[in-house]
Write a protein that binds this ligand. Structure first.
Ligand code: SF4
Ligand code: SF4
Length: 479
């Protein structure tokens, strides 16, 4: 290899020590003070070409030591061929198997949350269509038929409020269980609910079928009731609390997680998290609302407030982890697991890859938040995928086709960000979310810092975190 270049990377410090995060491989390593590798990295920006003899003039030591360094840096992918692309675009054949289908078992909802993305922007919710048995069965068949050799599949029940269509859920599970038994594959279930219909009977059913539950709840009573209200305007916190507590107190096969939507103003995240964990949730994840209504979006100032609070919570997470205690702060847990497993993403999420969403009529869409968007419509469960459109999406959405993201050190984690948000903020599902680059980089840097501290002082904690996550075939976070 004549000419090499320094791979895309990020240098950062944690606890006074310096570390390097290599974007192309997802590797993190410590840089010893005055280390020769540090001099090489100091030599130039990522992407600048140089030769082996340039390197030999840069560092101190015998020729043998210099040769060993050269070999190590190449083997560690710190130095790469100058012609190498920042990352290869993986080849995804047209029949890439799917492992997750999100079923919109009904569009109907008994709440009318003010920020809801099922709102058409005029304050009117979309149709209240429900899925029927024929569509649900066909969707299950479609999942199995398109799952290739994958051994474990996931069905997610979503809405509207999915528990408004309980008979369909129960029939679909019975059908899918039978199908799984006949195929030798495993199937598991998940559901996102607004918590209004958690009767004893429903909870027993959730337990029996080991359904992984996500409850949409926005924190304390005051935070929750700001926007999560019934159509008549009345608040919902006190209505959902008894059922939610029953669900949490009864104990389910899988940890129950809370999903908090942040709109207009961030509020006190720490207080919300503490409240939700006190209630008995295993974890809570916080997401800024994605809506075309500017009044609900978090503005730049509020996003900065959010980052500050995320950083404080991350510090708390690390302090607790060092005492072998777990803080159920989903946003950081996901990021740490991602870093620990060295995941290098070419796509921001599983939407349109292993995961699709099915609308009540059987239409196949990229994900649960895009079931109203024709650009995300990729066929239907009766006639199959529109392969040409899907192939075009996969090509255009891949990181190597996102020009502004080339050379970005955060790309292997961000990969351009959520398609739904890009559609709203950038005008195209496959555009990178350039409006939030600075924010996401700062957040990833916070994660890197937490990761490096834990990797030095509590590596087993990271292993356990990873074990507790990725080894159940759970879907992408269903939000
Ligand atoms: S959207 Fe921004 S932060 Fe994300 S990969 Fe692209 S350039 Fe980097
Ligand atoms: S990150 Fe965005 S595009 Fe991906 S599944 Fe979530 S909402 Fe859909």
């Amino acid at each position: 290899m004549e000419q090499v270049k320094i791979a895309d990377h990020k240098r950062f410090t944690a606890q006074g020590k310096e570390f390097v995060f290599l974007t192309g491989t997802g590797t993190i390593f410590e840089l010893e003070p005055e280390s020769p590798a540090g001099s090489v990295l100091d030599h130039g920006r990522a992407g600048q070409a140089f030769t082996q003899s340039d390197l030999f003039t840069l560092v101190q030591g015998t020729d043998r030591e210099k040769q060993a360094l050269w070999t190590d840096l190449l083997a560690g992918h710190v130095l790469i061929d100058e012609r190498a692309p920042a990352r290869e675009q993986p080849e995804y054949p047209a029949d890439t198997p799917i492992n997750t289908l999100v079923l919109h078992v009904t569009r109907a909802c008994n709440l009318m949350c003010r920020y809801c993305y099922h709102d058409d922007g005029n304050g009117t919710h979309f149709s209240s269509a429900s899925m029927d048995r024929a569509v649900a069965r066909q969707a299950v068949d479609f999942l199995f038929d398109n799952s290739g050799n994958l051994p474990a599949l996931v069905l997610v029940f979503f809405g509207g409020e999915p528990l408004l269509n309980p008979k369909l859920i129960s029939e679909t599970i019975a059908y899918a269980d039978k199908k799984a038994a006949g195929s030798g594959k495993k199937i598991s279930y998940a559901m996102t609910t607004n918590g209004t219909i958690l009767t004893d009977k429903v909870i027993a059913f959730i337990r029996e079928h080991r359904i992984g539950m996500t409850v949409s709840i926005d924190g304390t009573r005051a935070a929750h009731d700001r926007f999560r209200r019934f159509p008549d305007g009345s608040p919902s916190y006190d209505v959902i609390l008894p059922g939610v507590k029953r669900l949490l107190d009864t104990g389910t096969a899988k940890p129950v997680v809370a999903r908090v939507t942040l709109a207009k103003a961030v509020g006190d995240i720490h207080q919300s998290l503490a409240h939700l964990l006190d209630l008995g949730f295993a974890e809570a994840g916080f997401s800024p609302v994605t809506t075309s209504e500017e009044g609900f979006m978090l503005d730049k100032g509020q996003m900065d407030v959010l980052l500050d609070q995320f950083q404080t919570l991350s510090d708390l997470f690390v302090e607790m982890a060092l005492e072998n205690r777990f803080l159920g702060f989903t946003n950081l847990v996901d990021l740490l697991v991602n870093l620990h497993e060295g995941e290098v993403r070419h796509y921001p999420c599983g939407a349109g890859m292993g995961m699709f969403s099915v609308d009540p009529q059987g239409g196949l869409f990229l994900c649960q938040r895009l079931t109203h968007d024709q650009a995300a419509h990729m066929g239907d469960v009766f006639n199959g995928f529109n392969r040409t459109k899907l192939a075009g999406f996969r090509k255009d959405a891949g990181l190597s086709n996102k020009k502004p993201c080339q050379g970005c050190w955060a790309a292997s984690i961000c990969a351009g960000g959520c398609y739904h948000e890009a559609g709203i903020r950038q005008g195209s599902l496959v555009s990178p979310n350039l409006h939030y680059c600075q924010w996401i980089k700062s957040w990833i840097e916070t994660g890197l810092n937490a990761y490096a501290r834990l990797a030095k002082e509590a590596p087993a904690f990271l292993d356990n975190l990873s074990l507790a996550r990725g080894h159940e075939p759970l879907p992408e976070s269903i939000i």
